[in-house]
Design a protein around this ligand. Structure first.
Ligand code: GRF
Length: 208
């Protein structure tokens, strides 16, 4: 990713936007260097994150599905990202699967945060899945996005314990704290080009 200029990220959200804010904070606090947020895009008009982004002075866009096919909806999003010279796309609670066309347009340049230790509990309600399965440890994962649901190479993970009295809410809150820490760290690694991919393994450069 590193090419000597500021990396412009586009953040896609559908709701609360706390991971989007974690990235914005990391940038303003210098923990996510050489990076700026070019645009925050939501597919949902009700997304609270749009308000938070606007309050921080970030450009926001609402691109709703509006009964269109996934490909047509994604095309509008791709065009908006390209028009703003976005280098890296960060999904942050974006509740839509990306089309092949989207993955192709930003191949290797789309990241996602997921609230489980992938490949365990992909898809919706990962924290509920973990509780119902009865695992003692779960966590969160930052990964590259490819055609597979929550399936691309893993950049970072953090383990979180499950406690006996956990509810979906308490477990989600404990995981979210770690999400807010590992997402900016993982984005920084990608922005700084501090990785190489061998098969499915994302490794520090030079580590063999
Ligand atoms: C997070 O738990 C994230 O891992 C998942 O969706 C949730 C989004 O939360 N993909 P927020 O909108 O970032 O607050």
């Amino acid at each position: 990713m590193k090419n000597g200029r500021i990396c412009r990220i586009g953040i896609l959200i559908s709701g609360r936007g706390s991971n989007m804010l974690a990235l914005a904070r990391a940038i303003s606090e210098g923990r996510l260097p050489e990076t700026e947020i070019a645009v925050v895009i939501s597919d949902q008009s009700s997304a609270q994150g749009l308000l938070h982004a606007a309050e921080r002075g970030l450009e926001t866009l609402l691109i709703e599905r509006g009964g269109r096919t996934r490909a047509l909806h994604d095309q509008e999003t791709i065009t908006a990202l390209l028009a703003r010279s976005v280098d890296l796309v960060c999904l942050a609670g974006y509740m839509r699967l990306l089309s092949i066309e989207f993955v192709e347009a930003f191949r290797g340049r789309i990241l996602n945060i997921h609230p489980s230790l992938l490949p365990a509990f992909p898809g919706l309600d990962a924290q509920r899945q973990a509780l119902e399965h009865g695992v003692k440890w779960t966590g969160c994962t930052v990964h590259f996005v490819d055609e597979m649901l929550d399936g691309g190479p893993i950049i970072a993970q953090q383990v979180v314990p499950v406690q006996d009295d956990d509810t979906v809410e308490t477990l989600s809150a404990r995981i979210l704290l770690e999400e807010h820490r590992i997402y900016p760290e993982a984005v920084a690694r990608v922005v700084l080009g501090d990785y190489e991919i061998e098969g499915r393994r994302v490794k520090a450069k030079g580590e063999r």
